[in-house]
Design a protein around this ligand. Structure first.
Ligand SMILES: [Zn+2]
Length: 241
């Protein structure tokens, strides 16, 4: 559209100039600037908004921000007394997968020893309602008591939720040797919703990708039951959580 500044339209109104100024109409109303000028104004506003919010992480262009300390898979304490207690607690294994320690799993979240010598342990269950958790909790108390700690307190931390990303590479290797396929890939960003793409699950025995899911829930809720079409063996798959 061609617009001349202040040019009178055939109906007697005046067309607004493209520079954003408004033109007084004969009836006293003002005409908004043409569309192209509006877009330019909007772009300017967006730029301003961006400047105000640029401290927010922009996933598509910036490297991932370092995870906060509570997301560290195995936050082994640096304090020597706490570290000794951690090493005792870390010997406790998952009652359902006895080859994995709670340290391998990333279930052991923190160990502190206070001035009175009391040990405070925090565990995060692999999923809410995990029946193995009570056993792990008892086993941590027993292990520390046997190691000479008289006062042991084990509490549960539910947030941030446990993720298979916390499982150590060594733990994943032990899982495969035990005949359970370890979770493959990483858990999705928690804010992105429940959509999850399941890639082919490799057979832990023959490495074939020609496998199929027999049951969404295997021997425990964190595992699915798979079957290998090549070696025909069923196996558990530790799902990505
Ligand atoms: Zn196989």
């Amino acid at each position: 559209m061609v617009t001349a500044v202040g040019r009178a339209a055939p109906d007697g109104r005046r067309v607004a100039p493209p520079d954003g100024r408004r033109v007084a109409q004969p009836d006293g109303r003002r005409v908004a600037p043409p569309q192209a000028t509006r877009i330019e104004t909007q772009t300017h506003v967006e730029t301003q908004t961006h400047v105000e919010t640029q401290t927010q992480p922009r996933i598509e262009t910036q490297p991932p921000a370092p995870r906060p300390p509570e997301h560290v898979a195995r936050p082994v304490p640096t304090d020597p007394a706490a570290r000794r207690a951690w090493e005792v607690a870390a010997t406790v294994t998952d009652p359902e997968i006895p080859v994995l320690t709670i340290e391998d799993l990333g279930v052991l979240r923190s160990v502190e020893v206070d001035d009175d010598g009391a040990v405070h342990v925090q565990l995060t269950p692999t999923y809410s309602g995990c029946p193995a958790l009570d056993a792990m909790r008892d086993d941590v108390t027993i292990a520390l008591t046997h190691a000479g700690y008289a006062d042991v307190d084990v509490s549960l931390v539910l947030a941030p939720a446990w993720t298979t990303d916390w499982m150590s590479d060594e733990g994943k290797q032990k899982l495969r040797e035990y005949g359970i396929q370890a979770p493959s890939g990483h858990a999705p960003a928690r804010s992105s919703g429940p959509v999850r793409v399941q890639l082919a699950v490799k057979c832990p025995r023959c490495d074939s990708l020609n496998t199929r899911e027999l049951a969404r829930f295997g021997s425990t809720s964190c595992k699915a039951l798979y079957e290998c079409r090549d070696c025909l063996e069923p196996f558990d798959y530790f799902k990505v959580l």
